[in-house]
Design a protein around this ligand. Structure first.
Ligand SMILES: Nc1ncnc2c1ncn2[C@@H]1O[C@H](COP(=O)(O)OP(=O)(O)OP(=O)(O)O)[C@@H](O)[C@H]1O
Ligand SMILES: [Mg+2]
Length: 452
């Protein structure tokens, strides 16, 4: 059985050791002697319960440092279970701590039997809460924050976001245009420890190269013509939060060096400045270009790529999301219906069929635009394939024949494999489990032109 982790925060080494001996049989014990050490240990070990002495250095006789540690831990995880230990006759401060979110309190000298009992109950509650959270997330399988998707591909994306949101490592989001990269970046931020801080997006491609450096890192007064006053850059403005570097593949070479240095040391200099500025902004980057290729062609620094690509998520294009198309379309219809004063709109059966048969691009905006237009155009409550301008009656009015269905699936699989292998026939054939000649035959039969 896995033992729950217990973090003991006390500045007195004897007490820590004594407690560790008494509790190590039932808990994985981690220890810290100060507020900062407590925060670090908490982030690293994610304890089920924390025992926190309120009298911490530099003011062991004053509860303020302990209370600050408590609120620090609760910022990291608002459901953290912290049991505070206060000095004798200091029940007042113990109650303050409970008011601030501590789970329970004990007075010194701590009675070990009482402590064991409180800990056992605390772990029980913590585990119930965790299960409850897991059930809640399972019960909404069709979505995650504002992102919709029940397909296994999207569930993988949501699981990734859940897992990495609380780390501070950079995240790289890959995906074609309009696949939801910015939404993922926002979800990462809203689930991170810095969620109370700012989310600062910047599109590296939209700003001219000569202005981008000052936009990102700021400039000192007089550093160039027109720099009339000191200006903080976006990385500085995102301190305590997240900076979202969109289209990172377009970052000019000179700035790649500067960003790498920031990622390594969390410091940088403003344009025209000498002073080292610090920022703890977490970096989330996105791109729709193949960064690995950009590295190979020397356009993107390899060392920066490796720094950024510790945690990578690839968003599937809409055409690879199966039934999600209909799910997402229904939600858009609800939203736009409400927006245009037409509540209760619903897709007619031919619209549902047309939606699932249409060869969608990767971009969710295409679906969004069609549904919005249809919501406006529809007469009455029924939205038809015609309203969606998907009136391909021949295809959509009847269910597909077995042959059509087979060819559709074959086409998707072959196109997918070619895309994944950059058009390389040999590797695509290998993935598909067919010989090269067979794959060539398939390309011809299905009318696929290998674009690569
Ligand atoms: N899973 C989803 N469910 C519902 N709507 C989505 C989903 N993903 C994206 N969208 C919608 O699609 C649009 C595009 O999303 P977003 O801007 O996040 O994509 P992007 O990948 O950053 O696009 P671009 O490459 O153009 O910058 C937005 O309007 C967003 O609301
Ligand atoms: Mg975007």
């Amino acid at each position: 059985m896995i033992r729950p982790t217990l973090l003991i925060v006390d500045d007195d080494e004897d007490i820590r050791t004594q407690m560790k001996w008494a509790l190590a049989g039932d808990y994985e014990v981690v220890m810290a002697g100060s507020r900062t050490a407590a925060v670090t240990a908490f982030t690293e070990s994610r304890p089920t319960a924390t025992l926190l002495d309120l009298g911490l250095p530099p003011h062991p006789n004053d509860p303020e440092e302990g209370l600050a540690a408590l609120s620090g831990l609760l910022v990291l995880d608002r459901l953290a279970k912290v049991i505070v230990v206060s000095g004798q006759g200091d029940k007042h401060n113990a109650l303050r701590a409970v008011g601030a979110g501590a789970y329970d309190f004990l007075c010194k000298p701590v009675d070990m039997d009482e402590l064991r009992l409180v800990l056992r109950r605390c772990v029980y509650v913590a585990e119930l809460e965790r299960e409850y959270r897991a059930i809640q997330e399972r019960e909404r399988p069709e979505g995650f924050d504002d992102m919709l998707g029940a397909s296994p591909q999207m569930q993988t994306v949501f699981a990734f976001v859940r897992k990495v949101a609380t780390t501070s490592a950079p995240v790289l989001i890959l995906g074609e245009n309009g696949t939801g990269k910015e939404m993922v970046a926002r979800a990462l931020h809203s689930r991170s420890a810095q969620r109370a801080g700012p989310f600062v997006p910047i599109n590296c491609n939209a700003i001219p190269e000569n202005l981008l450096e000052s936009e990102l890192f700021g400039h000192e007064k007089g550093s160039f013509t027109g720099a009339h006053a000191l200006r903080k850059g976006l990385i500085e403005a995102a301190a305590g939060g997240t900076v979202f570097l969109d289209e990172i593949g377009e970052l000019p070479a000179s700035l790649q060096v500067k960003l790498l240095r920031y990622l390594q040391e969390k410091t940088f200099q403003r344009v025209g400045g000498r002073q080292e500025i610090q920022s703890d902004a977490r970096v989330v980057a996105a791109t729709n270009v193949n960064l690995q290729e950009a590295v190979e062609s020397g356009k993107f620094r390899e060392d920066l790529y490796f720094r950024l690509a510790v945690l990578v998520v690839t968003l599937p294009p809409l055409r690879d999301r199966g039934d999600d198309v209909v799910l997402v379309a229904r939600e858009f219809l609800r939203r736009y219906g409400t927006q245009h004063g037409k509540r209760g709109l619903a897709f007619a059966p031919d619209a549902v069929r047309a939606l699932s048969l249409h060869a969608w691009s990767g971009n969710i905006r295409e679906l969004q635009n069609r549904v919005q237009r249809a919501a406006i155009m529809a007469e009455g409550k029924r939205v038809t394939a015609g309203d969606l301008e998907l009136a391909d009656a021949g295809e959509s009015a009847r269910p597909p024949t077995l042959r059509e269905a087979r060819e559709k699936v074959e086409k998707e699989l072959v196109e997918g494999a070619l895309r994944r292998h950059g058009g390389k026939i040999t590797s695509a054939a290998q993935e598909l489990g067919v010989s090269r000649p067979t794959l060539y035959e398939l390309l011809e039969k299905l009318g696929i032109a290998n674009p690569h």
